[in-house]
Every structure is written in structure tokens, then in C-alpha cells.
Design a protein around this ligand. Sequence first.
Ligand code: R5P
Length: 294
Amino acid sequence: MPDTEGTSEAKQYYTSVPQKSQNYFLKGSNSLDWGMKNRLGRIFNPISGRTVMLAIDHGYFQGPTTGLERLDVNILPLAPFADTLMLTRGVLRSIIPPETQKSIVLRVSGGTSILKELSNESIAVDIEDAIRLNVSAMAVQVFIGGEHERESIINMTKAVDMGTRYGIPTLAVTAVGKDMVRDAKYFRLATRICAELGAQYVKTYYVPEDFETVTASCPVPIVIAGGKKIPELDALAMAYHAVQQGAAGVDMGRNIFQAESPIAMIKAVRAVVHDNESPEMAFELYNSLRIKKS
Ligand code: R5P
């Protein structure tokens, strides 16, 4: 039976309750469209405002990296503890069960290997495929100061244009050449260029000095890469200092999947990122979980 029109008694308009208008929880993201915000809200936890992205895309230029030789064996057990998986479409289709509830950040730049100049990348995924794979964001490497700086920036702006058309955010990944200085001055430059040119969020490295100036001068959220494997306590301290100094989380790979106990490590990283746990307490958690396992 259809509702009987015109019977005001059967309806409740809450005329005295003004409709709330809410600001979006992520820095610099309030003017984005609904689909873009919805996708970012699947990457970043709206309660903590932060994310633990598990980066497993290293194979796209360096083949079977230590810890990623068998993604089905080594990585699938870690997936439930990540907020987001960052990977290539090859791994997504071949290894990750489509039933997964995890948000996906898809690596869309590529075209080089460790045997050649790494900055010489192109966009290597069609936007249609990103849509088909239902990804929450696309990741593009940007080589500020690198040999192919311009091309890599244009790759990013193309991804931003395509993504904006369909509501898919772009993560700009600031890649640093081997001989370049990794300091706050460099990362202020690199992250700001990415944000100014439209990246919805930016991945960079943590630097112990003045990192807060990097996050302060970047108008969109920043996540940090883990970089080369370091002792677990040091990696937890790095994640802690990064989020306390304004990062919106981590996009961590080797320091999780190369840890002695990767599951214990990702849980400890979560404690630091989402619960503001101190590195020492998170390391205690790591050790207790690691011992329980053995
Ligand atoms: C490297 O280029 C990849 O994009 C990785 O996703 C990135 O470096 C983060 O992984 P890791 O924490 O191992 O540095």
C-alpha cells in the first residue's frame, strides 16, 4: 500500500532540528567530492584520523623483495591488521581474495627496474582498470630533483585529472634518488609541489629534524614510508614521532614484513598510529605477541 499523501500526522519532519553540516575529518579535504571523501574515509580511520597502510608494491621495480617472495604465504595473514593494502594490479588480481574488505591503494606508475634509471616512469594503469578494481586511491611516484622530474610530475597530474573525473584520490609518493639529501628542506619542497599540483595525499619519509615543518607546510595529509629495515623499536619510534609531528599515518612495508614477527609488528605499529601508544609500550606489545607466537 502506498503512503497516504497529505496526512501530516503520519510524518515526522523534526522542524525544530536543524540539519547538521559537518566538516570532513581529513586535513585539506573538505572541498573534495563525496566519492573522493568516501574513498579517503576507507583508507583513513575517521576516529583516529590516521591510517596504517601496508606497502607491498616493491616488486613493481625490484622483483621478489625479501619478505615478499610469496605474498600468499607471507602477506595474506597480515592483511586483516592493515587499514589499506598498497599494491600492484598484478598482485591484487592474482593473490588478494576479492572478498576482502580492505581498501586498496593501487600503484599506477611504473615502467622501470632497479637495473635502470628509476625516475623514468610512466602511468602504467588505465583509469578504467582502477575503477574496475574498485580501488580507493591510485599511487604515483614523483621524483623531485630526479633525472625525469618533469615526466614524473606530469604522471601525477594526469592521475589527479583522471582520478578527479571518477572520484578516485591520488597518492603522490615522493621518491628520493640515491645521492640526494633527505632532509626537511627537501621534503618540504617535494610534498608541497605534489599537494599544489593536486595530489589528495602525499607519502614521504620521516626525518628526525624539523619533520613538523614538512607536515605543517603540506596542505593535505602526509603518510610516511618505512624505508629500509631497522630494529623494531626504532621503526616504532619513527612511526610515533611522525604521527606526533603531524603525519596522518604510515605506509610501511619492509619494517613490517621483514620484522621477525610481522603480525606482532603490524599490531604494534597500529598501537602507535591509532592509539598514540609510546614506542616503548608498543615494543613491549610487540615482544609479548612475538613470544606468544613461539
Ligand atoms: C617503494 O617505492 C614502494 O612504493 C613502497 O611502497 C614504499 O617504499 C614503502 O615501503 P617501505 O616501508 O618498505 O619503504
